[in-house]
Design a protein around this ligand. Structure first.
Ligand code: ASP
Length: 338
């Protein structure tokens, strides 16, 4: 093996990037193997030492938390053998998986790049090869993050959201700067964490608990929340209005939240504003909820907050410990106010 070529491990999880249309229904479904996919970009094998490994081959709608653990486990096992890692994954739940990996791989010293495509490789005009090649190039660069490389963007994984089901730039990083962009080549423009040579990963790959997420809407009857709370959940995320506001008059949801807290269920309050952050002290309708002992999610994306709660529940059931985990910035997912 020539030492000059960077070595990359491509982990395959599926997604549109490996799909074909069913001849009868014309629905897209997982079909190609990772080795068939890599054949579409022959330069990859001449420029890099590429090894492939299949984690699964699923529409990412069917990716589960045990797949996140599995990807983390493989990266931990192969960590010393490669310069970078590329995770090929469907776009629908990519931001969840990338968030999961960012928490699971503590002390990360190399790039772990997620990518996929909007259009399958066998359809004219596909973005599959471009995205895969750019992800591989990014995985050789001098930064150490779990990132999403897609279209013309390089984004921190746990700050990313899928916002378009068809545009080539399917992801945005609404409240955090983009790490870089794809110009003639991928370029890192944000002053991010650089590679660390040596040093072991601190892997924490357990994700646990039943976490319910409920979007607050006008007219939401408290009994809906009551039944959720009484259905053996371990954590609750309420997507509130504005900076953390929840109805406390007609359709008052506070008694149900109070009950959840008394049952020991951690209750997170996030914002429905994708460019926003929680500021629960701002309005009376936020302060009254804060008094019940809830955890505001700050400027985390809904994906990053959900996965962080699953990760926290993988380590502890104690409310105080969960609060402590949410008070910390684990992998650049949140801005902690001074
Ligand atoms: N449904 C597909 C998936 O998430 C969409 C895609 O990959 O773009 O697997």
């Amino acid at each position: 093996m020539s030492p000059a070529k960077p070595s990359l491990l491509l982990l395959y999880c599926g997604g549109t990037i490996g799909m074909r249309q069913d001849t009868r229904t014309s629905a897209l479904q997982p079909e190609l193997s990772i080795d068939e996919l890599v054949e579409y970009a022959p330069l990859l094998k001449s420029e890099f030492h590429v090894k492939t490994q299949t984690v699964t081959n699923l529409d990412s709608t069917n990716i589960q938390p045990h797949h996140w653990s599995n990807i983390a486990e493989i990266i931990a096992k192969e960590y010393g053998n490669f310069d970078g890692f590329v995770v090929i994954h469907g776009t629908d739940t990519m931001a969840y998986s990338a968030s999961a990996l960012s928490y699971a791989l503590g002390n990360l010293g190399k790039p772990v790049i997620f990518t996929g495509s909007q259009v399958p490789p066998e359809i004219l005009g596909s973005d599959a090869v471009t995205n895969m090649v750019n992800a591989c190039l990014a995985a050789t660069m001098d930064f150490a993050e779990v990132a999403i490389v897609f279209g013309t963007k390089i984004l921190r994984g746990n700050r990313s959201m899928k916002v378009s089901e068809s545009e080539r730039n399917a992801f945005i990083s609404p409240v955090f700067p983009e790490l870089g962009s794809i110009r003639l080549q991928p370029e890192i423009t944000y002053n991010t964490i650089t590679r660390r040579h040596g040093g072991a990963l601190d892997i924490q790959k357990k994700f646990a608990g039943n976490v319910a997420v409920l979007k607050i809407v006008p007219g939401l009857e408290p009994r809906v929340l009551d039944s959720m709370i009484n259905s053996k959940i371990d954590g609750l995320i309420l997507e509130s209005f504005g900076p953390g506001n929840i109805p406390n008059q007609e359709c008052n949801l506070l008694p149900a939240i109070d009950q959840a807290r008394k049952m020991g269920i951690p209750v997170l309050i996030s914002t429905q504003c994708i460019y926003g952050t929680t500021r629960m002290y701002l309005y009376e309708v936020g302060q009254s909820v804060m008094d019940l002992g809830v955890i505001p999610t700050g400027d985390m994306t809904p994906e990053a907050a959900y996965v962080k709660l699953k990760w926290a529940l993988g380590q502890t059931q104690k409310s105080k410990d969960i609060e402590d985990i949410f008070a910390r910035n684990i992998a650049g997912e949140v801005t902690i106010p001074d």
